[in-house]
Design a protein around this ligand. Structure first.
Ligand SMILES: [Ca+2]
Length: 276
C-alpha cells in the first residue's frame, strides 16, 4: 500500500517486519535425526540434538518445548534462550522409555512459537540381563553429578573400562572437596544382595592409587534406614569386591568418604550388585 503524506513524499507502508516480530518471533525447529530408538530402562542411552533457530531479523528470548507422552522421559522439557537474529541453538536431549513400556512406535511433540515438529520414537524390547548384575538396569542417582560428562548413569552402563573415562561411562561427583558423596542404585522390587563390586577409576593415565576411591561404606536400605554392611579403607585397587550376608533390599548405595587424591572427587567407573 502506498501512502501520500504532506509535502508529496511517498512512503511504502506495508507491514514492517520489525513490528511483526515483536508480536510473533519467527522460530524454527529441527533435529539431527529423523527418529530415535530407546530401551525401556531408567538410564537414557540415546537421544537427539534439538536445533532451535531464530529465523527472524531481531534478537528474541524464546522457549522451545519437548512434550513427551507418559511412556517416555526426556532430559529437557523446555529450553529457554536468548537467540540473536539468525542464530541456531543446538541442545542435546536424552530420551528413554519408562520400565515396562510396551515395544512400539511413540512420538515427541516439539514446539516453539508457531513451529511444530513430531519426532518418532521407537521403543525396543526390554534388554536382556544375562550377567546377573542387579544394578545394570536399575535406577541410579547420586548426591551430585559432574555433568554432562560424568553422570551417575555411567556407573551402571555395563562398561568397566577406565580407559573410557570422560566419555559418560563413569560417575564423578560435582562437589569438589566435599565428602561424603553417595551413589545409589534402586531396584524395581526387593532383591537379595550379598555382594557389591566397585570399579573405581584405574587406568594407565589415572591409576587408582592416585585417583581412585580410597575409603567407602557399602550400605543397604533396611526399612528406610541405611545400614552399613561392608567398609573399605585404604584402597588402591581398581576393583574391590565386598561380600556380606545376603539381605533383601530395595536399594544399595556406596557412601564415598575419601579419594586417593585427598579430599577432591569420588570416581566410580562401574557399580555392580549380585545376590552373592
Ligand atoms: Ca561404566
Amino acid at each position: 500500500m502506498w501512502t501520500v503524506v504532506a509535502g508529496g513524499l511517498v512512503l511504502l507502508a506495508s507491514s514492517t517486519p520489525a513490528t511483526a516480530e515483536r508480536t510473533r518471533p519467527q522460530l524454527a525447529l529441527s533435529t539431527d535425526v529423523s527418529t530415535v530408538e530407546v530401551l525401556p530402562q531408567p538410564c537414557p542411552r540415546s537421544g537427539f540434538e534439538l536445533r532451535f533457530k531464530n529465523a527472524g531479523a531481531r534478537a528474541v528470548y524464546a522457549d522451545a518445548f519437548v512434550d513427551a507422552p507418559d511412556e517416555l522421559r526426556v532430559s529437557r522439557e523446555v529450553v529457554t534462550s536468548y537467540l540473536p537474529a539468525g542464530y541456531e541453538l543446538k541442545i542435546r536431549v536424552q530420551v528413554t522409555a519408562v520400565v515396562g513400556t510396551a515395544p512400539g512406535e511413540y512420538a515427541l511433540a516439539l514446539r516453539a512459537g508457531d513451529a511444530r515438529l513430531s519426532l518418532p520414537v521407537t521403543v525396543l524390547p526390554a534388554p536382556e540381563n544375562p550377567t546377573g548384575n542387579l544394578a545394570r538396569f536399575a535406577t541410579v542417582v547420586a548426591s551430585s553429578e559432574h555433568l554432562p560428562v560424568y553422570p551417575a548413569c555411567g556407573a551402571t552402563d555395563g562398561d568397566r573400562d577406565s580407559a573410557h573415562w570422560a566419555t559418560t561411562t563413569g560417575w564423578n561427583d560435582g562437589t569438589r572437596g566435599l565428602f561424603p558423596d553417595w551413589l545409589q542404585v534402586s531396584f524395581a522390587t526387593e532383591e537379595t544382595v550379598g555382594r557389591v563390586d566397585l570399579y573405581t577409576l584405574n587406568s594407565t593415565r589415572y591409576p587408582a592409587a592416585r585417583y581412585g576411591l580410597r575409603d567407602w561404606d557399602v550400605q543397604v536400605d533396611s526399612g528406610g534406614q541405611w545400614v552399613t554392611v561392608a567398609q573399605v579403607r585404604g584402597n588402591t585397587a581398581g576393583l574391590v569386591s565386598t561380600a556380606f550376608p545376603p539381605v533383601l533390599t530395595k536399594a544399595v548405595r556406596v557412601l564415598a568418604l575419601a579419594s586417593n587424591e585427598g579430599l577432591t572427587y569420588s570416581r566410580v567407573v562401574e557399580l555392580e550388585a549380585y545376590p552373592g
